[in-house]
Every structure is written in structure tokens, then in C-alpha cells.
Design a protein. Structure first.
Length: 412
């Protein structure tokens, strides 16, 4: 049992501060692009065309670039390309080297350092790939990779070997072979479209792919994994939402790590998806100096609910090569889970998981709430540390009568 979780209410801001936070549901504005007309700024293609991709652009837009960031940017294209949309770049605090937005997207020299236990493919996807672009690791579902491109590149990306093609992986999806494999395997009922980011496909290409998947009788459930609503909310157009709603049941998992990412633009984009009847979940990665703090994480999950998004997974950072400076400990993750469970609504509490290195799949990790079991009871604790008994036989069958005098409880 962890003993340093905050007591109930210890991290609650004053009611007035909470109301101010709700009112501040806004982005940082246009910054260096304040002269750009609304028509262009709100065009997702304009945003992609004007991404920050070079050291020269970074030095001009971010004069406080550190030596570590400058060196990391010079070397970035040997591993994972640099790309940041103007919209997302505006969320960076230029005065704060440890800005949680900055740490996620600006390269650092530490990316060139690889520990012995780090891997290029930490989730073992390539070893579970029966055809190029398809990963079949779990019995009834497959990962369908549609592209190697993203609107912006997270520096901790678990597929950095593949996305942006900076490392020469030379990924080319083969939709016909991928779809043919799914059609031949009737056990596959769930398909997750990911990449890269599937929402970088045009509406027409994505509609065609979804139509072909829906034509396979045993495919019941289709999901999209995307960070587009956070990196590029302008992409979530009414036309896109109208197209997607044809393919229910369709679920979308977004990726947000910090409350600062959930701006007015993001909230409105997510609202359009939710209004199209698409259930939304969020997957966060636990990152050092980004969200490895109970107060930050609590603010984030509560803000996600305001955006009509259910916190789904909190991932321990994968052992991707060059990510040690962004990883925090499993113990810290458990402390954060302790600070969420019971201290906020259960809808806001994600499942904390480790993707077992080498391809073992997602393993749930949680604080210990079951303290002991004996012949007639299970001893549990709640979020306050109080001890309770649940009557149950050791083999799990219900009890119909007491087995004898209860033994005194001992705190463990």
C-alpha cells in the first residue's frame, strides 16, 4: 500500500479558481501567425503546409531554444522527423524549458542515447505482422496501419521506427492484402485503424477504406486511433463527421496528455465527433515533466470529461529507444492512480497499463486494494485506507452461514 497519496480534497483548487479554469477554455491565440486570415488558419491543409519542420524555423519562432534542443533538432531527421502544426506550436510556453507541450514535440539531444533495454519495436508489432501493415497480436482484433505520416511527431512515439520514414523503414501499406487477410480470418471482429494517423487520409480515401471493412461480415467493431483532434482540430470538419457517422458502430481513441492541450478548438472538434454519435476515449502516456503529477493528471481527466471524452488508458511510456528522459517510474504511476481513485468520479479514472516489452500486450497495473484472503472473507481497503471485509469462501463460492468467529483484523 502506498502511503504518500494526498488526502481527500488536499489538491482541490478553491471553487473560484475552478470556475476561472472552466472560463479559460481557450487556446493561446495565433501568436506568430496573427496576420493569417481566418479562412487560411482554419484550413487544415494550410496548417499542414505550414508546419515547423526545420531548425531555422524553430530558432526564429522560439528564441529560447536550448543547446540540447538545438542539437536534438539537428539530429532529429535520422530517427524521427520534426513536424509541429502552427496551431499546436502556439501552445508552447517559450519561457519554460520544461513546458509540457514543448517536451512532447521538440527534439532533444537525449533522443540519441539508447539504454541496453530500449528497443526500436518495444511492442513487438513486426513479429506479429502476417502481412505488411497489419498486426494480429490479440485473438479477435487487428491493428491496421494506414499511413506513416502524422500531423506532428511525438518525441516518445512507440512507432518512431516507422512514422515519418526518417529511419529508412520505408513503410508502404498494402490495403488489398490487409483487407484480404481480415476477410480470411473470421475470428477478427475488431479492427483498429492507426499509423501514423488515419485522419490524414482524405475523406474520400477514408470512406472507401471504411466501406471495404464494413463489407466484411464478421467485422463488427471499427476504431480509429488519432491525435488529429489535438494537433489539428481544423481537420474535424462537418463533412468528415457526416461521412464517419455512416459506419457505426465506430469508436475513436484520441491522444491527449496535458490539460493545456484541451483548448476551445479541441473541445469544439471533439463535440462535432460526439454529436455524430461517435464514442470518444482518450489514451495518455505517462511522461516526465509533462503529466507525472497527481494534480495535473486530475485536471486533465476532468477536462477530458468536459470535452465528452472518457479517459481510457494511461500508458507507462514504452521502452522506445531514446526515450529515457521522458519516462517516469511505475511507482509514480501508481501514486497517480491512488490520487484519482475515489478522489474524482470513476468515469475520469483511466486504466493504467504497461505494454509488455517485446509483444506481451497490455498488462493492467493498479494499486493493491485486496489485502488478504482466508477461508471466509476477502479483506480490502478503500481509497482512504479504511479496511473492510467481504464474506466469501476461499474457492469463491458464496457463503450461506458463518464459518465461525471472525478473527481480529490486522492492518497490513
Amino acid at each position: 500500500m502506498l502511503t504518500d497519496a494526498p488526502p481527500a480534497g488536499a489538491d482541490e483548487p478553491p471553487a473560484s479558481a475552478r470556475q476561472d479554469e472552466l472560463k479559460r477554455f481557450r487556446s493561446a491565440g495565433r501568436g506568430f501567425w496573427s496576420h493569417i486570415p481566418d479562412r487560411e488558419w482554419n484550413d487544415w491543409r494550410w496548417q499542414l503546409k505550414h508546419r515547423i519542420t526545420t531548425l531555422e524555423q524553430l530558432e526564429r519562432l522560439l528564441p529560447t531554444l536550448t543547446p540540447e534542443e538545438r542539437a536534438g533538432t539537428v539530429l532529429a531527421n535520422h530517427k524521427l522527423a520534426l513536424a509541429i502544426t502552427p496551431y499546436f506550436f502556439n501552445l508552447i510556453d517559450p519561457a519554460d524549458e520544461h513546458c509540457p507541450i514543448r517536451r512532447q514535440v521538440i527534439p532533444r539531444l537525449e533522443e540519441t542515447l539508447t539504454a541496453p533495454w530500449e528497443m526500436t519495436d518495444p511492442c513487438g508489432e513486426d513479429s506479429h505482422s502476417p502481412v505488411p501493415g497489419l498486426v494480429h497480436r490479440y485473438p479477435d482484433r487487428v491493428l491496421f496501419l494506414v499511413t506513416d505520416r502524422c500531423a506532428a511527431y511525438c518525441r516518445y512515439c512507440t512507432r518512431s521506427r516507422l512514422v515519418s520514414n526518417a529511419s529508412g523503414y520505408d513503410f508502404h501499406p498494402q490495403f488489398d492484402r490487409q483487407l484480404e487477410y481480415i476477410a480470411r480470418h473470421s475470428e477478427v471482429r475488431d479492427v483498429l485503424l492507426s499509423g501514423g494517423d488515419p485522419l490524414l487520409l482524405s475523406d474520400e480515401k477514408l470512406e472507401n477504406l471504411l466501406s471495404r471493412l464494413r463489407a466484411i461480415p464478421h467485422v463488427e467493431f471499427v476504431r480509429l486511433g488519432t491525435r488529429i483532434p489535438v494537433f489539428l482540430p481544423q481537420r474535424i470538419t462537418p463533412a468528415l463527421c457526416a461521412m464517419l457517422r455512416q459506419f457505426h458502430p465506430l469508436f475513436i481513441s484520441i491522444h491527449s496528455n496535458h490539460p493545456r492541450e484541451l483548448t476551445t478548438e479541441v473541445r469544439e472538434a471533439l463535440g462535432r465527433l460526439a454529436d455524430a454519435g461517435i464514442p470518444l476515449g482518450n489514451q495518455s502516456v505517462l511522461l516526465r515533466h509533462v503529466n507525472d503529477d497527481p494534480v495535473v493528471m486530475k485536471a486533465h481527466v476532468q477536462k477530458l470529461l468536459l470535452c465528452r471524452v472518457r479517459p481510457y488508458y494511461l500508458y507507462q511510456c514504452d521502452l522506445i529507444a531514446g526515450s529515457a528522459h521522458l519516462r517516469t517510474s511505475v511507482r509514480r504511476g501508481l501514486e497517480i492512480m491512488e490520487a484519482l481513485r475515489g478522489h474524482t468520479t470513476g468515469y475520469a479514472v483511466p486504466l493504467y497499463v504497461i505494454d509488455a516489452p517485446g509483444g506481451g500486450g497490455k498488462v493492467p497495473v493498479s494499486p493493491e486494494y485486496v489485502l488478504s484472503r482466508n477461508k471466509d472473507r476477502v479483506v480490502i481497503r478503500n481509497y482512504e485506507g479504511r479496511i473492510f471485509e467481504y464474506p466469501e469462501a476461499l474457492d469463491g463460492t458464496p457463503l450461506f452461514k458463518a464459518a465461525g468467529p471472525a478473527e481480529p483484523l490486522e492492518l497490513i
